[in-house]
Design a protein around this ligand. Structure first.
Ligand code: MN
Ligand code: ZN
Length: 497
């Protein structure tokens, strides 16, 4: 359900039919825009009968009274105006959009008495509406009875506030963020028969239109670089792997980049250590880390961020085949360290270790952050409400936690330590790729840590949050796009000059 936004000044705007959405603070008797759409003053009575008090995210939907320039009125509660955060505006927009599935024309009055509506608040509200309305339905060939389905004209949304100029400016940034989130969602939702490593790389290549430098390494180039760990995972698939390097150079020429590395297993069968059939279709989302990195690079370029950023994604398919790697195989990573492959389903770290090493070696970044749908164990620990954060650097971890709380893409810091590191020592090689069931997400992180040297680094295990997490006001999609808003906020708050 696409949307087309306009911004209008409160004093002058009268809707011409459609739905009028009026915001109202908890405990207040007056809704925004009431003087325009409710000339006879029936709303207080309607609110009383409908037990609408302005509580956060509550609504009252009524047919517009006689004499109103609107057809329908939706009262929307914003709760306590004193504690409204940026994220609350996003959620409010999402909650409103959820009520407007059948609408064609919508006018939203934001200036409720008692609320301080900034330009950013207006833009976040609009973004929240779009995030709720996102749907991945390109494979539905029939328009269903549910009018939220495709082939619909865009909904015309006019947002009325006193902050039109600031809102238009903030909306440009909000649009950039929305596009990046939707790109990440699309990539995760796309089935693996359509999105293989080569096709994913081609999608990333499209970022060149925004001014991102994009290089694509093929199997042969990776072989030359000695990426035996990544290539070992790919060797069971008939589809060749790719490593994509995206560079956004928006900062000063000499400034070291901040780097983002994503796991891009386009489909994970587990390989020879094959997964059980039930739920295996979800493994088309095992590239959620790479999707988030690609979405983030889109945002940074689209909003012309003043930062040098590198995005690297390792794209492979993990398949069982006559040429697939076996448990017990020993591979040599680009770092020179050898790895005994105990379980071929612990493949994400094998992809990431070469991508991390390459990134560090080539770019000497000021910090590296990897995102990966890495372990089921992180869901055992945290469910789908937080992603796991592992880091060798307290300052970087603090910055990430702060960005997580601002965007509500929440992180929980997990431990690292010598005891865990020991668990991946191997009898036959420098290390093994699993440390057993206990502490599975920690030993996975510990494995990655062996490939980052002293560079400040953080690993985000997003297995629980990238896909299939509970839906909410701003996400109704299976692929959530988790990480895009989080890392954009991190860059904005801590790395932009
Ligand atoms: Mn796996
Ligand atoms: Zn995997």
């Amino acid at each position: 359900m696409p949307m087309k936004f306009e911004f209008a000044f409160s004093k002058s705007h009268r809707p011409a039919g459609g739905v009028a959405v009026l915001l109202q603070v908890a405990g207040s008797k007056e809704a925004a825009g009431a003087t325009v759409v409710d000339p006879e003053g029936v709303l207080p009575k309607a609110a009383k009968i409908g037990k609408f008090t302005g509580k956060a995210l509550s609504t009252l939907d009524i047919v517009a009274p006689h004499g109103s320039p609107a057809d329908r009125i939706l009262l929307f509660g914003v709760g306590d105006a004193a504690v409204l955060t940026d994220h609350d505006w996003l959620k409010a927009g999402g909650a409103v959009a959820a009520k407007l599935r059948s609408a064609e024309k919508v006018t939203v009055f934001l200036d409720a008495p008692g609320v301080d509506v900034t330009g950013k608040a207006v833009a976040d509200f609009a973004l929240g509406m779009e995030m709720n309305a996102y749907s991945f339905d390109s494979y539905k060939t029939k328009k269903s009875d549910d009018d939220s389905k495709p082939h619909q004209k865009p909904i015309k949304v006019t947002i009325v506030s006193g902050m039109v100029i600031a809102a238009k400016k903030a909306f440009v940034t909000a649009q950039a963020i929305g596009e990046g989130v939707f790109l990440a969602r699309d990539l995760v939702n796309e089935p693996a028969n359509v999105l293989g490593p080569v096709e994913f790389a081609a999608k990333a290549k499209e970022l060149e239109k925004l001014g991102v430098d994009v290089e694509i390494l093929t199997e042969r180039e990776m072989k030359k670089l000695g990426m035996g760990a990544l290539l070992g995972v790919a060797q069971g698939s008939s589809r060749p792997p790719r490593l994509v390097i995206m560079q956004w150079k928006g900062g000063k020429a000499k400034e070291k980049p901040i780097a983002f590395i994503g796991k891009g297993v386009v489909f994970d069968t587990g390989g020879i250590s094959i997964k059980p059939a039930s739920g295996m279709e979800e493994m088309k989302g095992d590239m959620g880390g790479a999707a988030a990195v690609t979405g983030l690079m889109h945002v940074l370029a689209a909003r012309q961020a003043n930062v040098n950023a590198v995005g690297i994604i390792g794209l492979v398919e993990n398949m069982p085949d006559g040429s697939a790697q076996r448990p017990g195989d020993i591979v040599t990573s680009m770092s020179g360290q050898t790895i005994e492959v105990i379980n071929t389903d612990a493949e994400g770290r094998l992809v990431l270790c070469d991508a991390l090493w390459y990134c560090n070696d080539r770019f000497k970044p000021q910090a590296m952050i990897d995102l990966a749908t890495l372990t089921g164990a992180i869901m055992v620990a945290l469910s789908s409400h937080y992603a796991g954060l592992f880091s060798n650097d307290d300052r970087l971890a603090e910055r990430l936690l702060a960005a997580g709380s601002t965007t509500q893409e929440r992180l929980w810091r997990m431990p690292l330590g010598k005891e865990y590191d020991k668990m991946i020592d191997s009898k036959f090689a420098d290390m093994k790729n699993t440390g057993g069931r206990h502490g599975g997400s920690v030993t996975a992180a510990q494995f990655l840590k062996r490939f980052v040297r002293d560079t400040p680094w953080a690993h985000l295990d997003i297995a629980g949050t990238a896909m299939g997490s509970p839906t909410d006001e701003i996400n109704q999609s299976w692929g959530s796009g988790f990480g895009v808003r989080l890392l954009d906020e991190l860059v904005r708050a801590s790395y932009e000059s």
